[in-house]
Design a protein around this ligand. Structure first.
Ligand SMILES: Nc1nc2c(ncn2[C@@H]2O[C@H](COP(=O)(O)OP(=O)(O)OP(=O)(O)O)[C@@H](O)[C@H]2O)c(=O)[nH]1
Ligand SMILES: [Mg+2]
Length: 406
C-alpha cells in the first residue's frame, strides 16, 4: 500500500491533519514538539465508485463504498516537527528524516496563517512568512540526503570510475533505504545533463543539484496550506501558489475537518469528507457553543474555500502527484464479481500507464504467469497484455491455468 508522510515545521497542524484523515485520536497541542514518535494510520481516498456508472450494487472487500463513493485505504505517517538545523540534530534532530524514508510522497504541511514563528512558537497571525518554512524544510531534507552522499563521494567516484558499477546503481543502492531507485537516478541525470559527465569531474554544485532533483523526482510533494480558516491565510495561499504552482498547493483547515468528522461520527451532522457543506441532523442535540463552532466553520472555511481541503490534499497527492489510477479487477465478467460473488470487490491503485499484464502481476503472480488476455468489461472488448489501462476500468484477466483460490 502506498504511503505518504506529513512533514513540516513543528506546531503547524500535522497531527491535527493526521487525526482528521485517519480519525485516530493523537496528541495535538499549540506548542512545538508535541509529536515525538511518529503516528501511523489509514486514511481514505475518495473517488466516484464504478458501481454508479454500471448501475450495480457492490460488495467491496479491500475498500468501502457509501452512497456511490468508493473510499480507498492508504497509509499516512505523521512525523515529529522540524526546526532549522534539524539535519544536524537541532530540535528533535534528524531521526524524523529516517522515518520518512518509506514514503512515496510528502505532504508538506505549512501554517499558512503565519501564526507560528521560525521555531514553531505561537506568534500573531500574519507575522511569520510561511514561504520561509517551505524553503527551510526543503533545505533540511536536501542537506540530510546530501550528507549521506557527500560523506562517501570519493568512494562513489572510485567505484564508478574503476569498477564495473555505473553511477545509477551506486547512488540508488546508497539511497535505497529512501526508496530511491536506479530509474529515479537516471531520470535525474538526464534532466540535469549530468548523464555523460564523469562523477569525478562533478562540482560540489553538481552534487547538490543532483540531490535536490533526486528528491523532487522520487518524493513528489503537495503543500498543505493549513490553518486556512484564519483570514490572514488568504494572502499567503496566493503567494504560495505563485511561488510553488497552483497544482502543488492545497489550502486546508485540519481543525475544521476534524470537528466536522467528529460531529458526523456522533450523528450530530451529516457530512461526507470532501463535501462543500454539511447539514445539521438534529438541532436539538447541539449546544449553543457547538452551533457557533459549526457556523464559524461554514463562514471561515467552507464558504471561503469550497471545502476544508483535507480530502483534496490526499486525493491531489495520489491522483495528481503520484499519478495513480483506480482499476477494478474482477474474476467473473458477467457478474462483475470475484469467485465468491462479491460485486466489484477490490479497487487497485496502479500507476498511470499500467498494462493489463502488469495489473495481473499486481493482483497475483499466478494470474500473470497464466495470462492469455484481459477483458475490458465496461466496453466488452478483449485486451492484449500490452494494452494500457484507463481510470476506473473494470478488468477481468483470463488465464490458462485454473487458479486455486486462496
Ligand atoms: N486555526 C487552526 N488551528 C489549527 C489547525 N490545525 C491545527 N491547528 C492547531 O495548531 C496547533 C498545533 O497542532 P498539531 O497538530 O499538534 O501540530 P503539529 O504540526 O503536529 O506539531 P508538532 O507535533 O509539535 O510538530 C494545535 O493547537 C491545533 O489545534 C487549523 O486548521 N486551523
Ligand atoms: Mg504533531
Amino acid at each position: 500500500m502506498p504511503e505518504v508522510a506529513l512533514v513540516g515545521k513543528t506546531n503547524v497542524g500535522k497531527s491535527t491533519l493526521f487525526s482528521a484523515l485517519t480519525m485516530l485520536p493523537v496528541k495535538t497541542e499549540p506548542r512545538p514538539f508535541t509529536t515525538i514518535k511518529p503516528n501511523v494510520g489509514i486514511a481514505y481516498l475518495r473517488v466516484k465508485c464504478a458501481c454508479q456508472e454500471l448501475g450495480v450494487k457492490d460488495n467491496p472487500r479491500n475498500s468501502i463504498c457509501v452512497d456511490g463513493i468508493r473510499y480507498i485505504p492508504v497509509r499516512v505517517i505523521d512525523l515529529a516537527g522540524l526546526v532549522p538545523g534539524a539535519h544536524e540534530g537541532r530540535g528533535l534532530g534528524n531521526k524524523f528524516l529516517d522515518e520518512m524514508r518509506n514514503a512515496d510522497g510528502i505532504i508538506h504541511v505549512v501554517d499558512a496563517s503565519g501564526s507560528t514563528d521560525a521555531e514553531g512558537r505561537p506568534c500573531p497571525p500574519g507575522s511569520h512568512d510561511p514561504l520561509q518554512d517551505v524553503k527551510m524544510i526543503r533545505e533540511e531534507v536536501k542537506l540530510w540526503v546530501l550528507g549521506m552522499i557527500e560523506r562517501d563521494w570519493s568512494k562513489i567516484v572510485k567505484m564508478v570510475e574503476h569498477g564495473p558499477a555505473n553511477i545509477e546503481d551506486v547512488l540508488s543502492s546508497r539511497l535505497s533505504g529512501l526508496k530511491i531507485s536506479a530509474k529515479h537516478v537516471s531520470r535525474t541525470l538526464q534532466e540535469l545533463d549530468l548523464a555523460n559527465k564523469k562523477p569525478g569531474s562533478w562540482s560540489g554544485d553538481d552534487v547538490k543539484m543532483c540531490v535536490e532533483k533526486l528528491i523532487d523526482i522520487s518524493k513528489p510533494y503537495v503543500i498543505a496550506a493549513n490553518k486556512s480558516d484564519f483570514p490572514e491565510s488568504r494572502y499567503n495561499v496566493k503567494r504560495l501558489k505563485e511561488e510553488y504552482g497552483d497544482e502543488n498547493v492545497v489550502p486546508c483547515s485540519a481543525e475544521a475537518e476534524l470537528a466536522l468528522r467528529r460531529a458526523a461520527e456522533r450523528g450530530l451532522i451529516k457530512y461526507t469528507p470532501g463535501d462543500s457543506s454539511f447539514s445539521i441532523a438534529d438541532r436539538g442535540r447541539l449546544t449553543e457553543q457547538q452551533l457557533n463552532a459549526l457556523t464559524m466553520i461554514e463562514e471561515r472555511t467552507l464558504k471561503v474555500w469550497g471545502s476544508t481541503g483535507v480530502q483534496e490534499v490526499l486525493n491531489r497527492m495520489y491522483f495528481k502527484k503520484l499519478d495513480l489510477i483506480p482499476v477494478y479487477p474482477v474474476a467473473d465478467p458477467n457478474r462483475l464479481s470475484d469467485g465468491e460473488g462479491n460485486v466489484l470487490p477490490d479497487v487497485h491503485l496502479v500507476p498511470r500507464g499500467t498494462t493489463a499484464k502488469e495489473l495481473a502481476h499486481i493482483v497475483h503472480t499466478e494470474l500473470a504467469e497464466g495470462f492469455i488476455y484481459a477483458i475490458d468489461v465496461k466496453r466488452g472488448v478483449r485486451l492484449g497484455g500490452d494494452s494500457v489501462l484507463n481510470e476506473n476500468d473494470v478488468i477481468c484477466i483470463v488465464t490458462a491455468k485454473r487458479l486455486r483460490r486462496k
